[in-house]
Design a binder for this molecule. Structure first.
Ligand SMILES: [Zn+2]
Length: 371
């Protein structure tokens, strides 16, 4: 071969390399993310449905055992989880992915060592634990969440919003610094057109405190989020429900199941509402997870802390146009709560860990091709 021809071929080869690598990484379709959390819902309930040992008055505080069993008890765990969380199992498990079923060798753990709410929300939203975030007190978070990290990008300015039942979130997300609107607790919905629907919702929020004056019913949080989604069309919507945790602390397993089932229906409605809007249809990723686990029967299921065995285990689900339908992930390496923030950013095409090196890597195979 004459020398100019070799040079020509070498030149072609150099150009060919980036072409091949681009072909391997098609552009992601996700333009929006909806991230929903259910406080302290155990992986055991998610993957095996209602727990038999707790379907009674003595250990589970169940008020009407026959009714609760009729609604949530089935012989097979696959049927139990399906009646408890039909959207998760009919849609997310079929079209998306689920992590955290120990029976399939998929384990997701918190790494903050504290296994309660603020440290968990800090870890999941920032991508790393912080030993100084060690209480649920209303202290402005010194760490930047992935929500704030996105909000600081011009294309996400005023396009990130949070709706939460628990009123500590304005501090966790640090609204003062981040500028992200956080509608929580007993706060009325503002920043939207005050329609009759909004006025009624705002009355109901004030008139229906759930736990003292700090936490509201999840349905109120949900409808605030839904109205905002329809009116303001945020690109990142964070929704955090709380009833599952409150009912467990109160020792009412029947109500835990009822609230988990209700939240599953609200998430389905949110997903379907979004899919009915051109801004979201086919370009939205949904992530679902929890802040901590809890113990098991007979007593420790009510609580969670560093001292409660199993409270470190969580679960996560993901559904969207860039997530392969791998269903329940099996035999994965151990994953952590710290990986969710980077997963959320990755679905939008961003490398969070490049900017925040202490953050966990995205969940393997959750976004894009391959495992
Ligand atoms: Zn919690």
């Amino acid at each position: 071969m004459p020398r100019p021809a070799i040079r020509f071929l070498l030149g072609l080869a150099i150009f060919a390399i980036p072409l091949v690598s681009f072909a391997d990484e098609p552009k992601l379709k996700t333009e929006n993310v909806i991230f929903v959390m259910l406080d302290g819902l155990r992986w055991q309930d998610v993957y095996t449905g209602a727990e038999e040992d707790l379907l009674n008055k003595e250990r589970g505080g169940v008020a009407n055992v026959a009714d609760t069993k009729k609604q949530f008890w089935r012989e097979k765990p696959e049927e139990r989880r399906q009646v408890l969380l039909p959207f998760l199992w009919n849609t997310v498990a079929k079209e998306g992915q689920l992590f955290g079923n120990h029976q399939k060798q998929s384990v997701v753990s918190v790494t903050n060592g504290m296994c309660f709410s603020y440290p968990g929300y800090n870890e999941i939203l920032c991508g790393f634990p912080d030993p100084k975030v060690n209480s649920n007190a209303k202290i402005l978070n010194r760490n930047v969440t992935v929500l704030e990290w996105l909000h600081n990008k011009p294309e996400f300015k005023s396009k990130v919003a949070a709706f939460t039942s628990w009123d500590v979130f304005p501090f966790i997300i640090n609204t003062e610094r981040s500028g992200i609107p956080v509608n929580s607790g007993m706060k009325p919905l503002t920043g939207v057109e005050q329609t009759d629907e909004v006025k009624l919702l705002n009355r109901l929020i004030v008139e229906n405190p759930f736990v003292g004056e700090t936490t509201r019913h999840d349905a109120l949080t949900y409808h605030a989020a839904r109205i905002y989604l329809k009116q303001k069309k945020p690109r990142v919507l964070f929704v955090s429900f709380d009833e599952t945790d409150e009912h467990a602390h109160a020792g009412r397993y029947d109500r835990v199941l009822g609230s988990a089932h209700k939240a599953d229906g609200l998430i389905r409605d949110l997903w379907e509402t979004a899919q009915g809007m051109p801004e979201y249809k086919g370009k939205t990723t949904l992530i679902i997870s929890t802040d901590h686990g809890r113990g098991g029967p007979p007593l420790e299921w009510k609580n969670h802390s560093a001292k409660i065995k199993g409270a470190e285990f969580i679960w996560a689900g993901i559904l969207g146009p860039d997530t392969q339908p791998l269903g329940e992930r099996e035999k994965t390496d151990p994953q952590t709560q710290s990986q969710i923030a980077a997963t959320l950013a990755a679905s939008l095409g961003f490398d969070y860990c490049k900017d925040v090196p202490q953050a966990g890597k995205p969940l393997p195979g959750a976004i894009g091709a391959g495992k």
